[in-house]
Design a protein around this ligand. Structure first.
Ligand code: AMP
Ligand code: GLY
Length: 414
């Protein structure tokens, strides 16, 4: 089978690598891909949001399966386009993807179907929103109701910070014209539970933990994710059963009931609070960097899993029971402004997987070309060993303009 992967980051690199292990995959295309993916897949110069062009490419090249990485492609209606033409695609329709693309839709769905999440209210008016924050307690959690590339959530410790964020979101339309969800502040360890979903059918992957803040000790600004690992000692079988029954299955059922059945990866960003497990956010796709630590553990043929789920059959999914841990190398300055074009040495010497996030090739060498540049993922029988190995392997990568966190996985041992 020929397959097409849509996207360009580390997540897509991990999907491409997993597909390359499948004996039934004859050729992998990636649109647009990146310099690392190009070693395994043929990268084609079509933007991930160009649904019509991608659809035409899939038709003309007899693609048997298309897998979608990023949410922007889902919001552009790529799954709707493919389905209308009878082309097999693994990814939700635009309507089902609202679980990620609209915070207001997601929160209202959770409220209606009794899916545990932080209490909330939605505002379109700046004065009303500010009055609500003033009447409540701090910190205030403010979420822009739309895609904002990970920058749409502000945890305001002071009224001044809340005011500034509300001005950005409601008066200055920094991310576009939208509304704001203001929600209760929750505390507890966070984890990501990704599931393969088709309609009412939900199949979990191993839970992972992302590290969203830029610096050690969860300091600094929020990022796209600075590292991740599996397994999580603080999440036991009872927690997973609860999350599957009361959150993931209930959400899949709710989307069917709302006339927007979900097909693809439903990602629960969950928090284990003293009042039980609650939803922080949903995503309508594989998480990044969780995918890079979860997919290496898949023992089954991922191409069969994608096709079975997309076609509504029950997949056979088996996992290796080793631990994985990934450390992201990011450009100095990220998530704010940063320079590009620094030579990266030593990638070939790493004993582990290196998934490229933002690289390019210049004069035959890899150079930095994005905020998050690559992730080094190691596996080992225990998390401690995976952590030590990843630290040793990441040190083999030489570049003048990269930084990384040194505490990925530490929360597992607290
Ligand atoms: P989100 O993009 O919704 O996942 O939010 C980004 C990060 O903000 C999350 O990973 C949490 O660490 C934090 N966060 C979001 N909502 C809440 C909340 N209600 N209470 C506490 N922290 C939150
Ligand atoms: N790791 C968080 C995300 O994929 O949105």
């Amino acid at each position: 089978m020929k397959v097409l992967v849509v996207g360009s980051g580390g997540r897509c690199h991990a999907i491409v690598e997993a597909l390359s292990r499948s004996p039934q995959v004859e050729k992998i295309y990636c649109a647009p891909g990146n310099a690392g993916i190009a070693a395994t897949a043929e990268c084609i110069a079509i933007k991930e949001t160009a649904a019509d062009e991608l659809c035409a490419f899939a038709r003309e090249n007899a693609i048997g399966l298309t897998v979608v990485g990023p949410e922007v492609a889902l919001e552009a209606g790529i799954a709707d386009r493919f389905k209308a033409e009878g082309l097999r695609i693994f990814g939700p329709t635009k309507s089902a993807a609202r679980i990620e693309t609209s915070k207001e839709f997601a929160k209202e769905l959770m409220q209606k179907y009794d899916i545990p999440t932080a209490a909330f209210r939605t505002f379109g008016d700046y004065d009303e929103a500010l009055a609500y924050v003033k009447a409540g307690t701090l910190p205030a959690v403010l979420k822009y109701d739309g895609l904002a590339a990970g920058k749409g959530v502000v945890i305001a410790e002071t009224l001044e910070q809340a005011d500034e964020a509300l001005k950005d979101m409601l008066l200055d339309a920094k991310f576009g014209q939208g509304r704001v969800v203001i929600e209760e502040y929750l505390e507890g360890p966070e984890f990501s539970l990704m599931c393969f979903v088709n309609g009412h059918d939900v199949y979990p992957m191993p839970a992972a933990q992302d590290h969203k803040r830029a610096y050690d000790g969860d300091k600094g600004p929020n990022t796209g994710g600075m590292g991740a690992y599996t397994e999580l000692p603080f999440i036991d079988k009872a927690d997973l059963d609860y999350a599957m029954n009361n959150i993931m299955r209930r959400t899949a059922d709710a989307l069917v009931a709302e006339g927007a059945p979900f097909c693809g990866v439903l990602y629960g960003g969950l928090m284990k609070t003293s009042q039980g497990i609650k939803v922080i956010e949903f995503n309508a796709r594989f998480g990044d960097p969780e995918t890079e630590v979860v997919l290496p553990r898949m023992k089954s043929d991922i191409c069969s899993v994608f096709c079975d789920v997309a076609d509504g059959r029950a997949p056979s999914i088996e996992w290796h029971d080793f631990a994985t841990l990934g450390i992201v190398l990011a450009s100095k300055g990220y998530p704010n402004s940063y320079e590009k074009g620094f030579v990266i040495e030593g990638v070939d010497t790493v004993d582990g997987s290196v998934y490229h996030m933002g690289t390019a090739v210049k004069d035959g060498k890899y150079v930095t070309s994005g905020g998050r540049v690559m992730i080094v993922v190691c596996k080992a029988p225990t998390l401690r060993e995976a952590q030590a190995k990843a630290a040793a392997e990441v040190a083999k990568i030489g570049c003048d303009n990269l930084f990384h966190r040194t505490d990925i996985g530490d929360k597992a041992f607290k």
